[in-house]
Design a protein around this ligand. Structure first.
Ligand code: GLN
Ligand code: ZN
Length: 766
């Protein structure tokens, strides 16, 4: 039996890589220092794994920015616009592709970025053209393999498999499919493999997570062709084929027939696939199985008892020597080290004993091997402790709140139903709110200036008292209300100055959440996030937003929107408990938000926005599972929104989404108004709503808030006319794409003035 992981976090224990990258980008340090830091992180990671007793350690899992971008460089898939940089410094070319570049000689946009399967990690999207060629360009894979060899470690290099690499990319012109490039791409992979075999590599890990998706015949043939070719050309190479985030599903027969050494299984996401494998007539018991038992996507301790049962049942079928104990996927998606959490106020000892971060997961893998092989006695203490932690978690009063559980059990159909139909509500809201045609509004946040952030940090450090902090936030809120009134906006917002982050703010106020102090996870490039840990039954003790919303409303006669984060988004952006179905947890959050909505209404708030930007990213990887997810996700939103009277207008907001394939579910959310991001796509994203004849009101974004550019009145009017041509005019709202917290005041002021002017001009033409 052997132990392995599929990859390790690389941002550094203290986010050293983030800081070093940013220092390099701003010219504060030189390249040598950055390269040295990379080397140090790799060394530390290997040393740690070695000391823990991981038998087969990955290499090439390190990256300065992103592993898909690394692969682009490895196979020379470099868009032509970077040609000028190609034969200069490779790392600078790499960062230019990741981040774009603008100087006297060259001005190029960055490559596109998108989410890595159903994670919050973003990868750089490879670009392909019809006459695409490939070449062995960056030697990173070989260099890092050699680097480990020099430390006396023979690693298992990780390569993104050629089929997944192609499928993750995009055709930049018409007239071909990217999979047709496989025959040109494979020779470069062969060159890489040749060089690795010359260095006596034993295993190569090929990551083909596309196998967790619904693939067509052509993609399956590509998988078959690729691994048969590799096996013919490199008969002595041992291929470790990895898929994760879901089972192999209907791709299982294809992979079981492949001439590979080891097949990796994500048993956290899909335990049942083991049965399918043993029942399949295509399974050859010489193919080793890598049992991905330790969760790479979450922060809970492994349940040794359950894992051992699985391991033992597999041993009885294929023998110890054919088994790997592994992480379910790369540990990239976990924070580094629980031992860094020393602040009892954040993570108490009781909660800590339920958790395992990346470093602790290495130990878990080692312990499982020990327990499952003959060394049981040596690991008996770990086993007992693990059992105790689970017993304790199951019974903990911190987690379990009968009142909350019963309230979810008692939910019935009327709880997710507004009192009247949209048409009736619309009429009542019209007379209650008395808004003009094409009402203007914003999505919630106003610029979070350095100053505002410094108040929060001073308050947290105790330099500012609660009263001092509150009075500063109040001043900022008041200024923003006056600014909006002067600008002529119709539906105001309070500005969200009191919020650090749209999920963290609510997590801090709700029971059932805790926060780590160093639990950072890479989101993209140098950007890291620290997801809240949702560990227990969720309940709301006190109103969370009423104070600031009511204060803002007291300053003006115009309506001020209450601003909340929706249950699905709170769930999606947290580390969620694994001891009950996600949908139950989501309903608990929904009820807490519902109470807040009702309290806002009672405090004179007439319009309430419940943001759900993450609803689409929660979609399961396989289409078969979409319906079940969408049903409960939509229902949770409706539960949160349905406690109010007809006159109260519920808004929702979504961004970075394609809406086509889920438009009927979005309509089923039945928000009175939805605001969406559409300006960058020139309203293309609106098509889904138009084709579907979306019944409720809609605010297609007319101002791209991701850019400091100020849209002109003409541009905004042009977009609005586009919308007016396809939507009933009484349904159209005028707003930016998203919140303005990342913008500065000067461009915000100018852009919103133009936005109001465009709306007014349109009104006059009616
Ligand atoms: N109300 C939030 C804001 O304006 C919405 C953010 C989002 O959609 N990501 O900041
Ligand atoms: Zn948004």
């Amino acid at each position: 039996m052997k132990t392995t992981i599929l990859g390790y976090p690389r941002i550094g224990n203290q986010r050293e890589l983030k800081k070093a990258n940013e220092a390099y980008w701003t010219g504060k340090t030189n390249q040598k220092e950055l390269l040295e830091l990379g080397s140090r992180i790799r060394k530390e990671n290997w040393q740690l794994q070695k000391n823990t007793g991981i038998d087969s350690m990955p290499s090439n899992d390190f990256s300065f920015y992103d592993q898909v971008l690394d692969t682009c460089l490895s196979v020379g898939c470099i868009p032509k616009r970077y040609d000028k940089l190609k034969h200069k410094n490779q790392l600078d070319l790499y960062f230019a592709m990741a981040r774009g570049i603008q100087n006297k000689e060259i001005d190029c946009t960055a490559m596109e970025m998108t989410k890595w399967f159903d994670t919050n990690y973003h990868y750089i999207v490879p670009e392909f053209e019809k006459e695409q060629t490939f070449e062995f360009f960056s030697t990173k894979i070989i260099d890092e393999y050699k680097e480990a060899l020099e430390l006396g470690i023979k690693t298992k290099p990780v390569l993104i498999g050629p089929v997944t690499f192609l499928l993750l990319g995009k055709e930049k012109e018409e007239g071909f499919h990217r999979l047709s490039l496989l025959e040109k791409l494979l020779p470069v992979y062969f060159e890489i493999i040749t060089q690795l075999t010359q260095l006596n590599v034993e295993y190569i890990q090929f990551d083909e997570p596309c196998l967790a998706l619904n693939l067509n015949e052509q993609a399956r043939d590509a998988i078959k062709f690729t691994y048969e070719e590799i096996s013919t050309k490199f008969p002595n190479l041992k291929v470790f084929l990895a898929n994760y985030f879901d089972c192999y599903g209907d791709n299982l027969d294809t992979v079981l027939k492949l001439p590979i050494d080891t097949l990796h299984l994500d048993l956290v996401r899909c335990q049942l696939q083991l049965n399918d494998i043993f029942e399949s007539k295509h399974y050859n018991t010489n193919t080793k199985l890598s049992l991905g038992l330790v969760d790479g996507r979450n922060i809970w301790k492994n349940n040794f008892d359950n894992s051992l049962q699985t391991i033992e049942s597999v041993i009885s079928k294929i023998g110890e020597e054919n088994i790997w104990i592994a992480s379910s996927c790369s540990l990239l998606h976990c924070p580094y080290d629980l031992d860094l959490e020393t602040n009892e106020n954040d993570l108490t000892t009781e909660i800590k004993q339920w958790l395992a971060f990346a470093k602790q997961k290495l130990q878990e893998i080692r312990t499982l091997k020990g327990l499952a092989s003959s060394n049981y006695n040596e690991f008996e203490k770990e086993f007992k402790d693990n059992k105790m932690a689970h017993v304790n978690r199951k019974a903990s009063t911190l987690i379990h709140n009968e009142k909350v559980k019963n309230r979810v059990l008692a939910l019935n159909d009327t709880d997710s139903q507004r009192k009247s139909t949209f048409k009736n509500r619309q009429a009542k809201q019209k007379s209650a709110l008395n808004l003009p045609l094409f009402p203007t509004t914003t999505i919630g946040s106003f610029p979070q200036t350095k100053e505002v952030r410094s108040w929060r940090s001073k308050f947290k450090k105790g330099i500012l008292s609660q009263a001092e902090y509150d009075s500063l936030i109040a001043r900022e809120t008041k200024d923003s209300i006056h600014f909006q009134e002067e600008t002529g906006i119709d539906v105001l917002v309070h500005g969200e100055f009191e919020r650090n982050d749209m999920v963290e703010y609510f997590g801090e106020k709700l029971n059932g959440f805790v926060f780590s102090s160093s639990g950072w996870v890479q989101s993209y490039g140098s950007r890291c996030v620290k997801p809240p840990i949702l560990f227990g039954d969720v309940s709301r003790e006190h109103p969370m937003t009423v104070k600031w919303s009511a204060y803002a409303q007291s300053l003006t006669d115009l309506p001020v929107k209450g601003m909340l984060t929706g249950p699905v988004t709170i769930l999606q952006w947290s580390f969620v408990r694994n001891d009950q179905p996600r949908q139950v947890t989501c309903n608990q959050i929904a009820l807490a938000i519902r109470d807040e909505v009702v309290d806002l209404e009672h405090n004179g708030i007439k319009i309430i926005q419940i943001d759900e930007p993450a609803i689409r990213e929660g979609l399961p990887l396989r289409k078969e599972a979409w319906k079940a997810y969408l049903d409960w996700a939509v229902k949770a939103f409706r539960i949160s929104a349905s406690g109010v009277k007809d006159e109260t207008q519920i808004h929702t907001h979504m961004c970075y989404s394609e809406f086509n394939d889920i438009i009927n579910n979005i309509a089923a959310m039945d928000a009175d108004v939805i605001t969406i991001e559409t300006s960058r796509s020139e309203m293309e994203l609106l098509d889904a709503f138009v084709d579907f004849k979306y019944p409720n009101e809609i605010g297609p974004g007319v101002y791209d808030i991701h850019s400091p550019r100020i849209p002109s009145v003409k541009e905004i009017e042009h977009l609005l006319i586009k919308a007016k041509n396809v939507l009933p005019k009484e349904h159209i709202w005028v707003n930016p794409d998203c919140g303005l917290k990342t913008r500065g005041w000067p461009e915000t002021t100018a852009a919103l003035k133009n936005l109001v002017k465009a709306a007014k001009q349109l009104r006059e033409k009616e």
